[in-house]
Design a protein around this ligand. Structure first.
Ligand SMILES: [Zn+2]
Length: 294
């Protein structure tokens, strides 16, 4: 009996060895790929993780674009985020995963759902809503500058591990709501509004490089941070900007002070994130990145 037990323990041990330490030459299989979900709302994010060696970087292709991936040595895996813009076409879209050396190629259907984020009604001074020709020209120029930023995110990732909240105030404006300002329909709310007092420090949600500092009509004093890997974060209505374009900044570093500049009803931080140019709910990025090790 004792010998049997020892034999059983030994075979269990070798079985465990086999499962915990797969040979380096082993090909990637469907089981090595995991998604945090197989469906997301418009404005949503899904974390994709592929168990593979550092030498075996997989390719993830989503909505005709390569998804930049980050390698975690402690998890021996590659991770990246796929996302759906607030106006992305709904329905099934394939996420393609390939790994060249093992000839691995699989399609994973992901459903993008329509979501009703609700409506917000705001009252603003007439001059801030019904705009004169000079303001419209200014807004057009600023929109062109902002639009040209999104491809800049396409550099190797500078972010690591979990993303942080930029301030710890309550959420006073949720993501995605349609705006009706003085009875006029305006563009949806593409970020999250966080409560705070004028002068509260606003921190970078992860490491990166300052892509733009500006003083714009709608967003006031604004900082855009390029985290690489397709991820760009934005901090609007600041009272004061404390970084310059091109600065390399660390996760948690103060980028500015909370304020009420631009078109606002009072002091708060408007915080937005784009992934591969897609307007997404930044709170989802915080939640999903909690699973990542640095
Ligand atoms: Zn806002």
């Amino acid at each position: 009996m004792k010998r049997m037990l020892v034999g059983f323990a030994l075979s269990l041990f070798s079985a465990l060895l086999f499962f915990t330490f797969p040979a380096d030459t082993e090909a990637l299989s469907k089981a090595d790929v995991s998604f945090s979900s197989d469906a997301m709302d418009r404005g949503g994010v899904i974390l994709v993780t592929v168990k593979a060696d550092e030498q075996k970087a997989p390719r993830i292709i989503w909505l005709q674009k390569d998804v930049p991936l980050v390698y975690s040595a402690s998890d021996e895996s590659w991770s990246g985020f796929i996302s759906a813009d607030l106006h992305q076409e709904t329905g099934l879209h394939d996420c393609m995963i390939r790994e060249l050396s093992s000839g691995f190629q699989e399609r994973y259907p992901i459903r993008i759902r329509l979501k009703d984020y609700g409506v917000r009604r705001l009252k603003l001074p007439k001059a801030k809503v019904e705009l004169d020709a000079k303001s419209l020209k200014r807004i057009k120029n600023e929109a062109a500058v902002i639009h040209s930023l999104w491809p800049a995110g396409d550099i190797s990732p500078k972010w690591k591990g979990q993303f942080l909240m930029p301030v710890d105030g309550d959420i006073v404006g949720t993501f995605g709501r349609k705006s009706i300002i003085n009875h006029l329909h305006k563009s949806p709310h593409t970020g999250v509004d966080l409560a705070g007092k004028k002068g509260d420090p606003v921190v970078a949600i992860n490491s990166g490089r300052v892509l733009l500092v500006a003083d714009h009509f709608f967003s006031g004093k604004s900082v855009y941070v390029n985290h690489g890997g397709g991820i760009i974060s934005m901090y609007f209505h600041l009272d004061k900007i404390l970084v310059s374009k091109g600065d390399d900044i660390q996760k948690g570093e103060v980028v500015g002070l909370l304020g009420a500049t631009g078109r606002v009803t009072g002091p708060h931080l408007h915080w937005g994130v784009r992934i591969n140019g897609n307007r997404i709910n930044p709170l989802t990025l915080i939640e999903l990145s909690g699973a990542l090790k640095e």
